[in-house]
Design a protein around this ligand. Structure first.
Ligand code: TXA
Ligand code: MG
Length: 319
C-alpha cells in the first residue's frame, strides 16, 4: 500500500503555499533544473534534522543552501574573486560553490555538518526561483530521494521514494538537466572540483583556468557526500558492456547492442546532454524484478560524460 502524498502543479498559489509550509518548518519537494530537491528552512535545525531523517542520510553529509540570487548568497559566505567570477558565469545554473561561512551566517550548523564552510547554489528553474523569493530564507535541499538511491527527475519519482515524509511536492515537470549540480570549492585562488555535475569541467576551465581535480591531484579533497555506493538501483549494474548476458536489461548509448531482455537508450544519437537528462529516469525504469542485472554501454569521458560516468560508477559500486 502506498502512503498518501500531496502533489500540486507549481502554480503561483501552490508556490505560495509551499513557501508558507517551509517557513513553518515543514518539508517541501520542488523542481530545479538538475533534480528535484527535498527542501527545508536552512535556518531551522529541526527542519534540517527532518531532512536527514526523511532521507535516511548519514548526518556527516552537509547540505546545499539554495538562494534566489547572488546578493542573498553573499550574505551567507565570504566571496573570493574566484567565487564572483564563477557566479557571474554560471548563476543561476547547475553550479554549487563551497565557501567560508560568514561569522553571522544564520544557516544551521547541522546543515553544514559542523564545517566552517557552506555550499551555495542559485538554481535556474523558474519554480525554484519563485519559491526561494517567496520563502525569504535560504532553503537546504538535497536530492529528494532516500539516501543511496537514484535521484528524482520528476514529481512521481519523489513520491516513489519519500511518500509520507513531506508536506507537499511542487510538480514542475521533468528536470531539464537531470544530473546534480557541479560542486566546486571556490574558497581559494583555484577551483577544486568536489563533484562533477551539470556544469562541465571544460566550461569551468574556460572561465576560471585550470581546475584541481582528484585526477590532477590525488590528495585533492572530495565532497564529504561522495559515498562510493550511491544512486544504486536494486539490480546489479555492469558498466562498459560490449555484449549483453542472458536475462540482462540494457541501458544503451548510441546504437544498441542486441539480445537484451529490455533495452532503453540514453541517447540513440550519442548526445551527452540528452543522456544526462534521461539517466536517472531510465535507471529506475530498468530496475524491475525478474531481470539478471543492468548492463550499461560505454559513455565517453568528456563534457557531461564525466558526471554521467561518476553516477554510473556509484550505481555499480559494491554495496
Ligand atoms: O543539483 C543539486 O545540487 C541538487 C539540487 C536539489 O539542488 N542537490 C543535491 O544535494 O545534489 P545533495 O545534498 O544530494 O548533494 C550535496 C553535495 C554533496 O556531495 C555534499 O558533500 C556537498 O554537496 N557539500 C555540501 N556542503 C559541502 C561543504 N561544506 N564542503 C564540501 N562539500 C559540500
Ligand atoms: Mg543526492
Amino acid at each position: 500500500m502506498s502512503e498518501a502524498i500531496r502533489i500540486l502543479p507549481a502554480t503561483d498559489a501552490a508556490i505560495d503555499e509551499a513557501a508558507a509550509l517551509l517557513r513553518a518548518g515543514q518539508l517541501v519537494a520542488f523542481p530545479t533544473e538538475t533534480v528535484y530537491g527535498l527542501g527545508g528552512d536552512a535556518t531551522d535545525d529541526r527542519a534540517v534534522a527532518a531532512i536527514f531523517a526523511a532521507k535516511g542520510r548519514p548526518s556527516f553529509n552537509p547540505l546545499i543552501s539554495h538562494l534566489p540570487d547572488v546578493a542573498h548568497a553573499r550574505e551567507l559566505a565570504l566571496f573570493t574573486p574566484l567565487a564572483e567570477k564563477l557566479a557571474a558565469a554560471f548563476w543561476p545554473g547547475p553550479l554549487t560553490m563551497v565557501l567560508k561561512r560568514r561569522p553571522d551566517c544564520p544557516v544551521s550548523h547541522l546543515a553544514c555538518a559542523g564545517l566552517d564552510t557552506i555550499a551555495l547554489r542559485v538554481p535556474a528553474h523558474p519554480v525554484a526561483k519563485r519559491l526561494l523569493e517567496a520563502v525569504g530564507r535560504p532553503v537546504v535541499a538535497p536530492s529528494a530521494n532516500p539516501s543511496g538511491r537514484v535521484s528524482p527527475t520528476s514529481a512521481a519519482h519523489v513520491a516513489e521514494g519519500l511518500a509520507g515524509r513531506l508536506a507537499l511536492v511542487l510538480d514542475g515537470g521533468p528536470c531539464a538537466i537531470g544530473l546534480e549540480s557541479t560542486v566546486v570549492d571556490a574558497s581559494g585562488d583555484r577551483p577544486v572540483l568536489l563533484r562533477p555535475g551539470g556544469v562541465t569541467l571544460e566550461a569551468l576551465e574556460q572561465v576560471a583556468g585550470p581546475v584541481i581535480t582528484p585526477k590532477s591531484d590525488p590528495d585533492a579533497p572530495t565532497s564529504p557526500g561522495q559515498l562510493a555506493s550511491h544512486y544504486a538501483p536494486a539490480l546489479p549494474v555492469r558498466l562498459k558492456a560490449t555484449e549483453v548476458r542472458p536475462g540482462e536489461a540494457l541501458l544503451a548509448f548510441g546504437p544498441a547492442l542486441p539480445g537484451a531482455a529490455v533495452t532503453l537508450n540514453l541517447s540513440e544519437t550519442g548526445n551527452l546532454e540528452e543522456a544526462a537528462a534521461n539517466l536517472f529516469a531510465l535507471l529506475r525504469a530498468l530496475d524491475r524484478p525478474g531481470l539478471a542485472g543492468i548492463a550499461v554501454m560505454p559513455v565517453p569521458e568528456a563534457g557531461l560524460g564525466l558526471a554521467i560516468n561518476d553516477r554510473l560508477r556509484r550505481a555499480a559500486a559494491p554495496r
